[in-house]
Structure formats: structure tokens, C-alpha cells
Design a protein around this ligand. Sequence first.
Ligand code: HEC
Length: 128
Amino acid sequence: MKKLFFLNLILILSLNFCGKKEEEKTEEVTPVATLDAETQKGKELYDMNCATCHGSVGAGDGIAAASLNPKPRNYKAPASEWKNGNTEVAIIKTLNEGIKGSPMVAYKHLGDDGIKKIAKYVVHLTKN
Ligand code: HEC
């Protein structure tokens, strides 16, 4: 009888242990942040139009960055290093007008709606 008791105890303990392991696993795959619909659309436009220069997460290290002067803005840089600024309004201005004398051209052709969504995503990248 005593033996059975210990066998049961071991069984219960090991089941518990396995259960805990499973929990840890699911925590690992939980996404860090989900984007709202507008910002997600902005990400799609960004990946198509901007990532070659600014990099996939906006660190200013896209594949074309090395050959550019001045270098594409690193969105993680402090606001003081930005020419127009890193707020949504300032980024919309940059996208409408471009930055004179630099490879950063205007993106007016993406339309007010597209520009607003990209600006939202760039603001997201400044913080993430
Ligand atoms: C051909 C490369 C290139 C592409 C493509 C490009 N950029 Fe830029 N971008 C630059 C460069 C270079 C600068 C830095 C300009 C400077 O400092 O004078 C810059 C600067 C910026 C800035 C900072 C402006 C500031 O206030 O200092 C923002 C915001 C920006 N880009 C957003 C975008 C977005 C959004 C897209 C896509 C729609 C995009 N860029 C596409 C090269 C590019």
C-alpha cells in the first residue's frame, strides 16, 4: 500500500511538472504587441515604400542606407536629432514635403489617408 502511495505521488508530481512546462511554452509565443487596424495598414505601406532605406524596424539601416548621405533617420534617435520632429503631425509634414537636399523625397502620391497611417506606424516604431 505504501508503495502505491509513493508511486501515485511521483505520478502526480511529474504530471504537475509537465503541466508547468507547457504553460511556460505558451508564454514564449505570445506576441509582444498587436497593432490596431490603421497602424497595421501603415506597416504594410512602410514595408513596401520605406524599409529599403529606414530598415524593417526603423533603425535607419535598410539595404540602401550605406550608400546614402545624409543617412536615413533612425527612428529610435531622440527627437532633438529630427529635422521636422517625431510626432505624427511632424512626420505627416515630412511625408508631404520631403526633406530638401536629401534622398528623403515627398510621398504625396500615397494620399492623405496612406500618409496618416504610415505616420502612425513610424510613431509606433519610435517607441518599439
Ligand atoms: C531613398 C531612401 C529613403 C526612402 C525610401 C525613405 N526615406 Fe525617409 N529619409 C531618408 C533620409 C536619407 C532621411 C534623412 C534626411 C535628412 O536628415 O536630411 C530620411 C528622413 C526621414 C524622416 C525624418 C524627418 C525628420 O524630421 O528628420 C522621416 C520621418 C522619414 N524619413 C520617413 C520616411 C517614410 C515614412 C518613408 C516611406 C514612405 C521614407 N522615409 C522613405 C531616406 C529615405
